[in-house]
Write a protein that binds this ligand. Structure first.
Ligand SMILES: Nc1ncnc2c1ncn2[C@@H]1O[C@H](COP(=O)(O)OP(=O)(O)O)[C@@H](O)[C@H]1O
Ligand SMILES: [Mg+2]
Length: 239
Protein backbone atom coordinates (compact mmCIF):
# COMPACT_ATOMS: atom_id res chain seq x y z
CA UNK A 1 0.00 0.00 0.00
CA UNK A 2 2.93 2.33 0.81
CA UNK A 3 6.50 1.88 -0.29
CA UNK A 4 9.13 4.35 0.77
CA UNK A 5 12.39 4.40 -1.13
CA UNK A 6 15.50 6.19 0.04
CA UNK A 7 13.82 8.93 2.07
CA UNK A 8 16.05 11.76 3.27
CA UNK A 9 15.16 14.68 5.52
CA UNK A 10 17.59 17.52 6.23
CA UNK A 11 17.20 20.46 8.55
CA UNK A 12 20.04 22.69 7.50
CA UNK A 13 23.15 20.73 8.36
CA UNK A 14 21.25 18.10 10.36
CA UNK A 15 20.62 14.95 8.36
CA UNK A 16 17.67 13.59 10.35
CA UNK A 17 16.51 10.79 7.99
CA UNK A 18 19.27 9.12 6.01
CA UNK A 19 17.93 7.01 3.21
CA UNK A 20 15.07 5.13 4.85
CA UNK A 21 13.26 2.49 2.81
CA UNK A 22 10.26 0.62 4.12
CA UNK A 23 7.14 -1.04 2.96
CA UNK A 24 3.65 -1.19 4.44
CA UNK A 25 1.34 -3.90 3.10
CA UNK A 26 -2.40 -3.26 2.93
CA UNK A 27 -4.17 -4.32 6.11
CA UNK A 28 -1.02 -4.51 8.21
CA UNK A 29 0.21 -2.75 11.31
CA UNK A 30 3.78 -1.69 10.65
CA UNK A 31 5.73 -0.05 13.42
CA UNK A 32 8.73 2.25 13.28
CA UNK A 33 10.54 2.13 16.57
CA UNK A 34 13.35 4.34 17.77
CA UNK A 35 14.69 6.40 20.63
CA UNK A 36 14.15 10.11 21.04
CA UNK A 37 15.70 11.99 18.11
CA UNK A 38 16.03 8.91 15.87
CA UNK A 39 14.08 10.64 13.10
CA UNK A 40 10.70 8.95 13.52
CA UNK A 41 8.59 12.11 13.44
CA UNK A 42 10.62 13.50 10.56
CA UNK A 43 9.94 10.36 8.52
CA UNK A 44 6.21 10.27 9.22
CA UNK A 45 5.86 14.04 8.68
CA UNK A 46 7.61 13.69 5.34
CA UNK A 47 5.08 11.05 4.28
CA UNK A 48 2.25 13.41 5.29
CA UNK A 49 3.75 16.14 3.09
CA UNK A 50 4.69 18.36 6.01
CA UNK A 51 8.40 18.63 5.29
CA UNK A 52 9.46 20.78 2.37
CA UNK A 53 12.55 19.47 0.70
CA UNK A 54 12.28 15.86 1.85
CA UNK A 55 13.85 13.65 -0.81
CA UNK A 56 12.99 10.14 -1.93
CA UNK A 57 10.04 8.25 -3.33
CA UNK A 58 6.85 7.75 -1.34
CA UNK A 59 4.81 5.40 -3.46
CA UNK A 60 1.22 4.98 -2.37
CA UNK A 61 -1.36 2.75 -3.94
CA UNK A 62 -4.91 3.59 -2.84
CA UNK A 63 -7.33 0.62 -2.66
CA UNK A 64 -9.24 1.94 -5.65
CA UNK A 65 -6.54 3.45 -7.80
CA UNK A 66 -3.12 3.47 -9.37
CA UNK A 67 0.20 4.07 -7.64
CA UNK A 68 1.10 7.72 -6.98
CA UNK A 69 4.24 9.35 -5.63
CA UNK A 70 3.27 11.42 -2.58
CA UNK A 71 6.63 13.19 -2.52
CA UNK A 72 6.15 16.87 -3.24
CA UNK A 73 2.35 16.75 -2.89
CA UNK A 74 0.46 19.16 -0.63
CA UNK A 75 -0.69 17.80 2.77
CA UNK A 76 -4.42 18.21 1.92
CA UNK A 77 -3.96 16.26 -1.31
CA UNK A 78 -2.35 13.44 0.65
CA UNK A 79 -5.23 13.40 3.14
CA UNK A 80 -7.68 13.31 0.23
CA UNK A 81 -5.92 10.23 -1.12
CA UNK A 82 -6.55 8.50 2.22
CA UNK A 83 -3.31 8.97 4.16
CA UNK A 84 -3.76 10.71 7.52
CA UNK A 85 -1.43 11.38 10.43
CA UNK A 86 -2.23 11.78 14.10
CA UNK A 87 0.62 14.01 15.28
CA UNK A 88 2.80 13.59 18.30
CA UNK A 89 1.98 15.50 21.46
CA UNK A 90 -1.79 15.36 21.12
CA UNK A 91 -2.13 18.39 18.92
CA UNK A 92 -5.82 18.85 19.37
CA UNK A 93 -7.36 22.32 19.41
CA UNK A 94 -7.73 23.19 23.09
CA UNK A 95 -10.37 25.92 22.69
CA UNK A 96 -12.67 23.84 20.53
CA UNK A 97 -15.00 21.20 21.92
CA UNK A 98 -14.43 17.48 21.43
CA UNK A 99 -17.21 17.47 18.84
CA UNK A 100 -15.68 20.40 16.93
CA UNK A 101 -12.24 18.79 16.99
CA UNK A 102 -13.70 15.61 15.53
CA UNK A 103 -15.58 17.47 12.80
CA UNK A 104 -12.37 19.23 11.84
CA UNK A 105 -10.90 15.81 11.14
CA UNK A 106 -13.51 15.49 8.37
CA UNK A 107 -12.66 18.85 6.80
CA UNK A 108 -11.86 17.36 3.39
CA UNK A 109 -15.14 15.46 3.20
CA UNK A 110 -18.42 16.60 1.70
CA UNK A 111 -20.52 13.49 2.34
CA UNK A 112 -22.68 14.83 5.19
CA UNK A 113 -24.42 11.53 5.93
CA UNK A 114 -21.15 9.64 5.94
CA UNK A 115 -19.66 12.14 8.37
CA UNK A 116 -22.60 11.68 10.76
CA UNK A 117 -22.22 7.90 10.53
CA UNK A 118 -18.51 8.18 11.26
CA UNK A 119 -19.11 10.55 14.20
CA UNK A 120 -21.32 7.88 15.63
CA UNK A 121 -18.73 5.25 14.87
CA UNK A 122 -15.84 7.06 16.59
CA UNK A 123 -18.04 7.79 19.58
CA UNK A 124 -18.74 4.09 19.87
CA UNK A 125 -15.01 3.34 19.63
CA UNK A 126 -14.33 6.02 22.26
CA UNK A 127 -17.37 6.19 24.59
CA UNK A 128 -15.41 8.52 26.84
CA UNK A 129 -15.35 11.11 24.07
CA UNK A 130 -19.11 10.87 23.58
CA UNK A 131 -19.64 11.65 27.26
CA UNK A 132 -17.39 14.69 26.85
CA UNK A 133 -18.50 15.89 23.43
CA UNK A 134 -19.22 19.44 24.66
CA UNK A 135 -16.09 19.72 26.77
CA UNK A 136 -13.23 21.92 25.50
CA UNK A 137 -10.35 19.83 24.17
CA UNK A 138 -7.87 21.56 26.45
CA UNK A 139 -9.73 20.43 29.57
CA UNK A 140 -9.43 16.72 28.71
CA UNK A 141 -6.92 14.55 30.52
CA UNK A 142 -3.75 13.56 28.64
CA UNK A 143 -5.14 10.15 27.76
CA UNK A 144 -8.43 11.61 26.58
CA UNK A 145 -6.60 14.12 24.36
CA UNK A 146 -4.61 11.26 22.88
CA UNK A 147 -7.84 9.42 22.12
CA UNK A 148 -9.30 12.57 20.58
CA UNK A 149 -6.25 12.92 18.31
CA UNK A 150 -6.67 9.32 17.20
CA UNK A 151 -10.43 9.67 16.71
CA UNK A 152 -9.92 12.87 14.73
CA UNK A 153 -7.50 11.10 12.40
CA UNK A 154 -10.16 8.47 11.67
CA UNK A 155 -12.72 11.15 10.79
CA UNK A 156 -10.93 11.83 7.49
CA UNK A 157 -11.77 8.22 6.60
CA UNK A 158 -8.17 7.23 5.85
CA UNK A 159 -7.03 4.02 4.23
CA UNK A 160 -3.66 4.43 5.93
CA UNK A 161 -3.48 6.00 9.36
CA UNK A 162 -0.11 7.08 10.75
CA UNK A 163 0.17 7.51 14.50
CA UNK A 164 3.07 9.40 16.03
CA UNK A 165 3.73 8.04 19.53
CA UNK A 166 0.13 7.53 20.63
CA UNK A 167 1.30 6.11 23.98
CA UNK A 168 3.54 9.06 24.89
CA UNK A 169 3.07 10.09 28.50
CA UNK A 170 0.20 7.70 29.19
CA UNK A 171 -0.20 5.51 32.26
CA UNK A 172 0.17 1.76 31.52
CA UNK A 173 -3.54 1.04 31.70
CA UNK A 174 -4.29 3.76 29.18
CA UNK A 175 -1.49 2.56 26.94
CA UNK A 176 -3.25 -0.78 26.81
CA UNK A 177 -6.56 0.89 26.04
CA UNK A 178 -5.07 2.98 23.22
CA UNK A 179 -3.31 -0.04 21.70
CA UNK A 180 -6.51 -2.10 21.92
CA UNK A 181 -8.27 0.63 19.97
CA UNK A 182 -5.47 0.70 17.38
CA UNK A 183 -5.96 -3.05 16.96
CA UNK A 184 -9.67 -2.53 16.50
CA UNK A 185 -9.21 0.25 13.94
CA UNK A 186 -6.89 -2.09 12.04
CA UNK A 187 -9.33 -4.99 12.18
CA UNK A 188 -11.94 -2.69 10.66
CA UNK A 189 -9.79 -2.52 7.55
CA UNK A 190 -7.41 0.37 8.05
CA UNK A 191 -3.70 -0.02 7.47
CA UNK A 192 -1.60 1.41 10.31
CA UNK A 193 1.86 2.93 10.51
CA UNK A 194 2.68 3.19 14.18
CA UNK A 195 5.63 5.28 15.31
CA UNK A 196 6.64 4.46 18.87
CA UNK A 197 9.29 4.63 21.55
CA UNK A 198 7.32 2.08 23.54
CA UNK A 199 8.92 -0.86 21.74
CA UNK A 200 7.25 -3.58 23.78
CA UNK A 201 3.67 -2.47 23.18
CA UNK A 202 4.38 -1.65 19.53
CA UNK A 203 6.09 -4.96 18.72
CA UNK A 204 3.28 -6.90 20.36
CA UNK A 205 0.68 -5.39 18.07
CA UNK A 206 2.74 -5.02 14.88
CA UNK A 207 2.76 -7.41 11.94
CA UNK A 208 6.14 -5.99 10.87
CA UNK A 209 8.63 -3.64 12.49
CA UNK A 210 11.55 -1.41 11.58
CA UNK A 211 14.08 -0.07 14.05
CA UNK A 212 15.45 3.39 13.38
CA UNK A 213 18.71 4.64 14.88
CA UNK A 214 20.01 8.14 14.14
CA UNK A 215 18.19 8.33 10.84
CA UNK A 216 18.83 4.83 9.49
CA UNK A 217 16.96 1.53 9.66
CA UNK A 218 19.24 -0.87 11.53
CA UNK A 219 16.96 -3.86 11.96
CA UNK A 220 13.63 -5.11 10.66
CA UNK A 221 11.46 -8.15 11.03
CA UNK A 222 8.14 -9.52 12.22
CA UNK A 223 6.99 -7.97 15.50
CA UNK A 224 7.00 -11.28 17.34
CA UNK A 225 10.51 -12.13 16.10
CA UNK A 226 11.97 -8.78 17.15
CA UNK A 227 10.43 -9.18 20.61
CA UNK A 228 12.71 -12.22 21.03
CA UNK A 229 15.77 -10.66 19.37
CA UNK A 230 18.64 -10.19 21.83
CA UNK A 231 19.76 -6.87 20.30
CA UNK A 232 16.23 -5.50 20.59
CA UNK A 233 15.87 -6.79 24.14
CA UNK A 234 19.12 -5.18 25.13
CA UNK A 235 18.54 -1.77 23.54
CA UNK A 236 14.77 -1.32 23.66
CA UNK A 237 13.14 -3.70 26.11
CA UNK A 238 15.26 -3.12 29.17
CA UNK A 239 17.48 -6.23 28.77
N1 LIG B 1 12.23 21.48 12.66
C1 LIG B 1 13.46 21.02 12.95
N2 LIG B 1 14.55 21.80 12.78
C2 LIG B 1 15.79 21.34 13.05
N3 LIG B 1 16.05 20.11 13.51
C3 LIG B 1 15.00 19.30 13.72
C4 LIG B 1 13.65 19.70 13.45
N4 LIG B 1 12.84 18.68 13.74
C5 LIG B 1 13.63 17.68 14.17
N5 LIG B 1 14.92 18.03 14.16
C6 LIG B 1 16.07 17.18 14.53
O1 LIG B 1 16.03 16.03 13.73
C7 LIG B 1 16.37 14.87 14.49
C8 LIG B 1 15.24 13.86 14.45
O2 LIG B 1 14.11 14.42 15.12
P1 LIG B 1 12.68 13.69 15.13
O3 LIG B 1 12.33 13.31 13.75
O4 LIG B 1 11.74 14.58 15.86
O5 LIG B 1 13.00 12.38 15.97
P2 LIG B 1 12.02 11.42 16.82
O6 LIG B 1 10.62 11.68 16.38
O7 LIG B 1 12.49 10.05 16.52
O8 LIG B 1 12.24 11.77 18.26
C9 LIG B 1 16.70 15.37 15.88
O9 LIG B 1 18.09 15.54 15.96
C10 LIG B 1 15.99 16.71 15.95
O10 LIG B 1 16.65 17.59 16.83
MG1 LIG C 1 8.97 12.20 17.43
Amino acid sequence: MLKIEDLHVNYGAIHAVKGVSLSIPRGGIVTLIGANGAGKSSAIRAIAGLIRGARGRILYTPPDGAEVNLAGMAPEEIVKLGVTMSPEGRRILPHLTVEENLRLGAFIRTDKEGIERDMDHVYSLFPRLRERSWQKGGTLSGGEQQMLALARAIMSRPHLVMLDEPSLGLAPLLVKEVFDIIGEINSQGKTVLLVEQNAFAALKIATYAYILEVGSIVLEGRGEDLLKDSRVKEAYLGG
